[in-house]
Design a protein around this ligand. Structure first.
Ligand SMILES: Cc1cc2nc3c(=O)[nH]c(=O)nc-3n(C[C@H](O)[C@H](O)[C@H](O)COP(=O)(O)O)c2cc1C
Length: 308
């Protein structure tokens, strides 16, 4: 990947609404992820100064390179939001053109932009003009099986000033079902001169490097697999139980400092414990803890119990 895009690792954390918040991004970065993209953040809400949304723009310097992802369908609003976000000096502003969730697409945003390249072009052009920060675009393979448009779409993004494209090998119509088509991802990489990040269905560290080599991409992005195993970003791709507990405790502390609610948090932390004898019972224990104090005690008990 050419400077200034040289990442310390070609494995990136994908943007994950409800998950790739500042605490999780920082912890994945510390484990070795080369880039951790924020949750999608509403351009409209930024422009209207909604407090909860503005909090989503927080990041720590240790996280750099920082990529904040915006979604929206109004080129003027997207440009205004990008100018505001640019003032925070992230390393990248990423534009979401892949989210298939109805709430987003019914307003013409996210993956609906794959079906409206003229509007997408206008958004990318105006956002690139509105900020000196490098603009990147996350796209899908196309609209549906008969409209695999990623190559033309990505070329359009490059022509309008995008500095990097992330391509998820599923179509809008697929949502999260079926399989990602990495031949489309490889075709996007071949067609562009800017760096391309491939994405979709990577389940292990070995597979990540295999996809990287086969597709020729500059980096690959990992989403769902990292939620269960963030150690995918670290050498060997897994960790002993004591380290998983330590990671969960750190996650808990960082999240509590940001005032996050315990209910979604305990489910997230429980997800780190899987695929070993007794992991189901550990998950049940963790999700039934009502307070942060109880949750911390339950985590510490796991470590104590396994080492005694
Ligand atoms: C719970 C969840 C939330 C997601 N949120 C976003 C998002 O905010 N922005 C985005 O561009 N993609 C989002 N995605 C898509 C992922 O970034 C990624 O493209 C997709 O999950 C495929 O990669 P994976 O197979 O490694 O998970 C989300 C996916 C999931 C499962």
């Amino acid at each position: 990947m050419p400077a200034p895009f040289s990442l310390t690792s070609p494995l990136a954390l994908a943007p994950l609404a409800g998950y790739s918040d500042a605490p999780f991004r920082l912890l994945c970065r510390r484990l070795g992820a080369g880039l951790c993209v924020s949750e999608m953040i509403s351009a409209h809400a930024i422009v209207h100064g909604q407090r909860k949304t503005l909090e989503m723009l927080d990041f720590s310097e240790e996280e750099r390179p920082v990529s904040l992802q915006l979604f929206g369908a109004d080129p003027g609003v997207m440009a205004e939001a990008a100018a505001m976000v640019g003032a925070l000096s992230p390393d990248f502003i990423d534009l979401n053109m892949g989210c298939p969730v109805k709430k987003v697409t019914k307003k013409g945003a996210g993956a609906a932009l794959m079906a409206n390249p003229t509007l997408a072009e206008d958004i990318i052009r105006r956002v690139c003009r509105a900020t000196p920060i490098a603009v990147t675009v996350k796209i899908r393979a196309g609209v549906n099986a008969t409209h695999i448009t990623a190559v033309d779409f990505a070329k359009m993004a490059e022509a309008q000033g995008a500095k990097m494209v992330a391509a998820h090998g599923r179509t809008w119509a697929q949502g999260f079902s079926g399989l990602a088509d990495w031949s489309v991802v490889a075709a996007v990489k071949k067609a562009l001169t800017i760096p391309v990040i491939g994405n979709g269905d990577i389940a292990s560290r070995d597979q990540a490097f295999q996809r990287l080599a086969e597709s020729g991409c500059d980096a690959v992005m990992i989403g769902r697999a990292a939620l269960k195993n963030p150690f995918i970003f670290r050498e060997f791709g897994h960790a002993p139980l004591a380290e998983i507990v330590d990671f969960a405790l750190r996650h808990l502390d960082l999240a509590l400092r940001r005032g996050q609610n315990i209910a979604p948090l305990r489910t997230r932390l429980a997800a780190y414990f899987h695929d070993f004898r007794g992991s189901g019972e550990i998950r049940r224990q963790l999700v039934s803890r009502a307070t942060a104090v109880e949750l911390r005690a339950a985590l510490m008990a796991i470590a104590a119990c396994r080492t005694s």
